[in-house]
Design a protein around this ligand. Sequence first.
Ligand SMILES: C[S@@+](CC[C@H](N)C(=O)[O-])C[C@H]1O[C@@H](n2cnc3c(N)ncnc32)[C@H](O)[C@@H]1O
Length: 335
Amino acid sequence: MDTKALKALQWKVFQNVAAAQLVPLMRIGDELGLFTQLADLGPSDNARFAKAAGIHERYSLEWLCAMCAAGYASYDSDKGQFFLSEEQEAVFAREDSTSLMIGAYDSVASLVMDEPKVRAAFKTGEAARFFKPVYKSNLVSRWLPKIPALTEKLSAGGSFADVGCGHGVSTMLIAEHFPSAEVYGFDFHGPSIEEAKRLAADAGLGERIHYDTRSAKDYTGSFDVIAFFDCLHDMGDPIGAAEHACRQLKEGGLLVLIEPFANDKLEDNFNIVGQMFYTASTMGCVPASMAQEVGLALGAQAGPAKLGMVLQQAGFSTVETVATTATNMVLCARK
Ligand SMILES: C[S@@+](CC[C@H](N)C(=O)[O-])C[C@H]1O[C@@H](n2cnc3c(N)ncnc32)[C@H](O)[C@@H]1O
């Protein structure tokens, strides 16, 4: 045995376990509003913080220390005060921050809760709020401008369909950014569409966005742009969904895909981003796709080459990767 490799592996497990142990503490911090409370209070000793948050002092101290050890909160040892740095506040405490990442822990918690269902699916082959800030900071300011034809069409009052729109985070951003565009949102999950309608009404966009409970293969229209944001790989029949989109697009219309970032070769995804996405994919994306007809199960790490093949088989001639970040990639195809 290579002792050095053994030690490195053990250290890696240690790091991963320490990271996993944060999950319940982050959920508690989120649910009880502890990050926001600490940010609102500013530098405080534990007693003041516990009183303001309405929690037991002993638990509060342990929670604060765990957050400081993780680098998620800060401590001034001279004054004995805990506080959030500007960056910690942006990432954990402010719901309207474009850097907010605390929602990622919701997804991790639900992965753990789904474990028995997915364990059963491993045997039978059956099936069983992470990107919001990413969309807010990238979608209309960085990614869509990389597709000038899209900006041109939607600024001139063109029609846009957000397929698999979920709660409509991206749909609302598009409706706000392109005030004269006709905006549609489709998802086959009724409760998501109801929530999307409620959120749009709250944002004063109720009249602007037409939501409907539709699968990716049964909406109709004549669109300038059709988008699949973080959902094509979740669909049972992504080729059928893309073929259907091709038929609903006007001549010269555009199909835009946003997918989790992935390299084409399996081994090039064996890194921290791949670890996160393969885990989410095993627990969510693969079972979701396998529960539907065809059950192609592209997975969250399909990579641009495989996605390009799906679009080409669906009838799109040119497929281009127009933007990539550490976590996402944006592909565009023209009819
Ligand atoms: C990971 S969520 C992404 C939601 C949203 N596009 C976003 O980026 O926030 C995937 C969405 O695809 C939807 N979906 C999966 N398969 C579908 C299908 N065959 N037809 C329509 N929607 C589907 C799910 O209901 C879910 O809302």
